[in-house]
Design a binder for this molecule. Structure first.
Ligand code: SF4
Length: 207
């Protein structure tokens, strides 16, 4: 967490953006680099500042934005989901996994993000970045669900969201798919992969 506070990425959707902002971000982040998603997020939120505005605008103008990042089909599902939350859930996103995955375009990962970030539940959301960090740290591969369960069991309540986001950033910035920057990594002294490779981060505290 010390590393994250100093070096974590700052994105507009990491503030208090409510369910609407969280959904916009997650629909944009599917198979998109965060920097590209960030530009599109600003455009969406400025053109459609509320869920009502997006629902009223309909699919066509939203698709323009998604088309520029190569995901035009996601526009339709985003608009359908936002309109459904407004019309069928009274404008409050349901804090129930089964209800969430019934929303168009909302799968396991987005449902978990919503439960964690919007509903404040002790739920982990594991993408490729988190999976990679944990697998390298432990020295063996686990599945997405296993890593989620491991995090939920091992991280204290109230800290999971921050730890989860820190792991996302660690995977994006240091523990990259093709390259690991172990000497800079706060996990290096306990990481199986780093220790096996003989990487030791000088001056780092063990924790
Ligand atoms: S020490 Fe290296 S391999 Fe281990 S988690 Fe950090 S960057 Fe990844």
């Amino acid at each position: 967490m010390e590393w994250f506070r100093e070096s974590g990425r700052k994105f507009p959707w990491r503030g208090e953006v409510g369910w609407y902002g969280v959904l916009l971000a997650e629909f944009l982040l599917v198979r998109t680099r965060s920097e590209v998603a960030e530009r599109a997020f600003y455009e969406l939120i400025s053109r459609f500042p509320t869920p009502e505005a997006l629902c009223l605008a309909g699919v066509a103008p939203v698709r323009e934005v998604f088309k520029r990042i190569g995901l035009p089909s996601r526009a339709e599902r985003l608009v359908a989901t936002v309109c459904k939350v407004l019309k069928e859930h009274g404008g409050a996103i349901p804090c129930d996994y089964r209800e969430l995955v019934r929303l168009p375009g909302v799968g396991d990962y987005i449902a978990r993000v919503v439960l964690s970030r919007v509903c404040g539940e002790h739920v982990a959301f594991v993408d490729g970045n988190v999976l990679r960090v944990i697998s390298r740290f432990l020295g063996f591969k686990l599945g997405l669900a296993e890593v989620a369960e491991l995090l939920e069991k091992s991280v204290p309540k109230g800290e999971l969201l921050n730890v989860n986001v820190a792991l996302l950033d660690l995977g994006a910035l240091l523990c990259k798919p093709q390259k690991t920057l172990c000497p800079l990594c706060p996990l290096s002294l306990r990481c199986f992969t780093s220790l096996r490779a003989g990487n030791v981060r000088s001056g780092v505290k063990s924790f």
